[in-house]
Design a protein around this ligand. Structure first.
Ligand SMILES: [Zn+2]
Length: 243
């Protein structure tokens, strides 16, 4: 009798292995794309093996992942989703098919990754384009894909558009271009602090740059009320320099 029960359990487990493996393989073949495979290949195979072998645990803990495995393949580190394939997919999409762009560009950093920032900066697309070309000519080796894509986006602008055009979120590296431009008084059309709602003129910008601190160093610009408007990581020092 006991042997019979064990046999049944074994067949049930193996049947589960087969069903879960087929479901995951279907998802991997038809739902995951070249970005997933390029950036998450070993993670995908690890999840596949774990989910197939430990399907009874998955059935108890996250049964919805057996119906739709897309959640299983999302890489999470300490509760934070690390979506490298998604980021690269979006960057490629923006490069190949840039969104509409008008003569005025609006940049809001929002969250620097470390702290909330409240700046809203308006740039002239024409000045921005000229600055990027200048940066490129000065140091072609330092020009990255994002700057190249931003330049491509600016070049196909439609000057008849009246509303400011937001810099897409995926271009978070734009913060370096913004930091460079905001510090030059003729490059910005307007600056505003969204926390206190006030316009901030070039002369009112407060510079709070870190200077060779151990750890992360930031360039920071703030409004006269001390709200951060832009916060850009510039370097990471492991040890304090002896003076
Ligand atoms: Zn403010």
């Amino acid at each position: 009798m006991l042997m019979h029960v064990l046999d049944v359990l074994m067949y049930a487990y193996l049947a589960g292995v087969l069903v879960v493996a087929l479901r995951l393989i279907w998802h991997m073949v038809f739902k995951l794309d070249r970005y997933d495979w390029h950036y998450n290949k070993s993670y995908i195979w690890t999840i596949f093996i774990l989910d197939v072998l430990l399907w009874p645990i998955l059935l108890v803990k996250k049964p919805e992942n057996l119906v739709d495995p897309s959640e299983s393949f999302k890489q999470e580190i300490m509760g934070v989703v690390i979506d490298k394939p998604g980021q690269m997919r979006e960057l490629d999409r923006l490069r190949k098919n840039p969104p509409p762009c008008g003569p005025i560009i609006r940049y809001r950093q929002g969250d620097s990754g470390y702290e909330e920032v409240y700046g809203e900066f308006l740039f002239s697309a024409e000045v921005l384009e000229a600055r990027l070309v200048k940066r490129q000519q000065k140091d072609p080796a330092q020009t990255d894909d994002v700057e190249e894509a931003v330049l491509n986006w600016l070049r196909q602008r439609d000057n008849t558009l009246t509303d400011p055009t937001d810099v897409p979120d995926a271009w978070w590296k734009f913060q370096h271009v913004a930091d460079d431009l905001v510090r030059k008084d003729n490059a910005v059309v307007g600056s505003r602090c969204m926390k206190c709602g006030k316009e901030v003129s070039f002369n009112e910008l407060v510079r709070k740059d870190d200077r060779e601190r151990p750890g992360w160093n930031f360039n920071r610009l703030a409004c006269p009320e001390n709200h951060n408007l832009l916060s850009v990581e510039v370097m990471h020092l492991l040890v304090r320099k002896s003076s």
